[in-house]
Every structure is written in C-alpha cells, then in structure tokens.
Design a protein around this ligand. Structure first.
Ligand SMILES: [Zn+2]
Ligand SMILES: [Zn+2]
Length: 125
C-alpha cells in the first residue's frame, strides 16, 4: 500500500485513479478546478453563463429528492382523503389537486402544481 491519498488535490484525484478507486467529491472538485484553469471558458461561454466560469456540476452529484413512501401521498384528490393529508392545488395548473403529507411533501406538491401553471401560461401566451 502506498502513501495516503491527498484528498481534495489534483494529486489525490490521480491517486484515486491509479488505485482504480472512484474519486471522492473533494478530489473531483480539485480535478474540476484544474480543468477549468487549463481550459478557461471562451468569452462566448462566459456571456452565456452571465460571466460565471467553471465546470458544470456532474448530474450524478445532484441529490435526488427522495420519493415519499407514505401510502396515498401524491394521490389525486378525487380519492378519499388519506389520514392527516392536505389537499394541494394551484389555480390554473394542469396538475390535478392531490393529497400530500403536511410539511415537506405539501411544499413539493405546491411547487410542482405552481410550476405547471407557468408552463401552461407560457404555452397560451
Ligand atoms: Zn479523495
Ligand atoms: Zn408524503
């Protein structure tokens, strides 16, 4: 076994690779920073990004919203109300009224319903 991996550095990233070990997030970040330094964004890309530069975050590192496993959560509100759930609907939304758990699920459901109203308005306009 060789020396400890220097996590969070480009060398650490190479050490991961040499060991056929998937790089950890700090090492990936160091690699991205190095890529960005070696391949600066063109002025066109900078304008597109409103002046921001740097590599995009890999899709796999974006946390996925955990799906609620509570029975009836997200069910259309045409069904009888599940215990303790709240009805969520946004006026003009293509998303039908649904039952959600109060709190986080309700907030996500509301955001989803409101998002669908924006989409609809955009299509009509
Ligand atoms: Zn590492
Ligand atoms: Zn829920």
């Amino acid at each position: 076994m060789s020396a400890e991996i220097e996590h969070g550095t480009l060398r650490g990233w190479r050490q991961h690779n040499r060991r056929k070990d998937p790089p950890c997030e700090p090492c990936l970040e160091a690699k991205r920073a190095d890529n960005a330094a070696q391949h600066p964004a063109t002025s066109g890309q900078q304008a597109w990004n409103k002046g921001r530069v740097g590599a995009a975050v890999a899709a796999s590192t974006v946390p996925v919203i955990e799906r609620c496993t509570v029975d009836g959560c997200g069910a259309p509100a045409t069904t009888p109300r599940p215990d303790g759930m709240v009805r969520v609907h946004a006026h003009g939304s293509t998303e039908p009224a649904r039952w959600y758990c109060p709190g986080r699920c309700r907030a996500i459901g509301q955001a989803l319903a409101e998002l669908r109203t924006i989409t609809r308005k955009a299509v009509v306009a």
